[in-house]
Design a protein around this ligand. Structure first.
Ligand SMILES: Nc1ncnc2c1ncn2[C@@H]1O[C@H](COP(=O)(O)OP(=O)(O)OP(=O)(O)O)[C@@H](O)[C@H]1O
Length: 245
């Protein structure tokens, strides 16, 4: 059998592969080098934490993986699709069908209940979960008829997670999902993400600058100044419930 070209994703265990990604933001006088040559692989079903200080390039990378942004140089694959060669139609389908995003701020529609917020997505997805099941997975079934203003920050974030996973995405990309939450509430949110990863097998990447959270990952990718400084495999993972900061 012919060996696959080294620049293709031929390994079914690999969800994402990036090769030599750079991102330069041109802001008139100043060029900001947000990413300076990132080679990374994320594996099917893994829970990866992307750790690093503010400005180290984590969000830029996550947005590129999620098809929200494109690199200045380098190549990115999702399974056997090269995102950096894909047209807008394919990228739109990729974002719609394959990617669930969770951001620091929940972006729920205030006039819709928790269930209706999730249904906004399930109505247009190909093989969605029932909104009730998605909310049950994050422990919010009893509150599903409540409006965002009637929910705590942590509960609203769990609605946002239910909304992200209800379409059964292949990957769940979370950018500082606990950034606006205290430790106790943040842990409940992390527990919900952990459950989604374990029960649905969704490849999960969580951005944080909080080193305590890294203990729950299979692998921790540390960023510094737009590059990967270290990749650590956790021999033992700490359950979210045992984490505090
Ligand atoms: N649209 C943009 N225009 C100009 N510079 C940008 C833009 N987006 C990001 N940057 C810069 O790129 C660098 C990397 O930003 P990025 O948001 O990826 O870092 P981060 O590690 O996610 O930081 P944080 O934890 O604060 O979100 C920073 O210096 C940032 O100011």
């Amino acid at each position: 059998m012919a060996a696959a070209a080294p620049d293709q994703v031929s390994d079914p265990q690999i969800t994402f592969r990036t090769k030599g990604i750079t991102k330069v933001y041109d802001t008139g006088d100043v060029q900001v080098h947000a990413l300076r040559g990132v080679d990374l692989e994320l594996y099917e079903g893994e829970f990866a934490v992307l750790l690093g200080p503010s400005g180290s390039g984590k969000s830029t990378l996550l947005n590129i993986l999620g098809g929200l942004d494109t690199p200045t140089e380098g190549r990115v694959w999702f399974r056997d699709i090269e995102l950096t060669a894909a047209g807008e139609r394919l990228l739109t389908r990729y974002r719609r069908d394959s990617v669930g995003f969770v951001f620091q701020f929940y972006n729920l529609v205030p006039s819709l209940t928790a269930r209706e917020n999730v249904e906004l997505v399930t109505e247009i997805a190909r093989e969605p979960m029932d909104a009730r099941d998605a909310l049950a997975l994050v422990g919010l079934e009893p509150r599903m008829d409540h409006f965002p203003a009637q929910l705590s920050g942590g509960e609203q974030q769990r609605v946002a997670i239910a909304r992200a996973i209800a379409k059964r995405p292949d990957v769940l990309l979370c950018d500082e999902p606990t950034g606006a939450l205290d430790s106790e509430t943040g842990v409940i949110v992390l527990d919900a993400i952990e459950r989604v990863n374990a029960e649905l097998g969704t490849t999960t990447a969580v951005i944080t600058h909080n080193a305590s959270i890294a203990d729950m990952a299979h692998r921790v990718v540390s960023f510094a100044d737009g590059a990967i400084a270290q990749v650590r495999v956790n021999a033992e993972r700490k359950p979210a419930r045992e984490i505090s900061w």
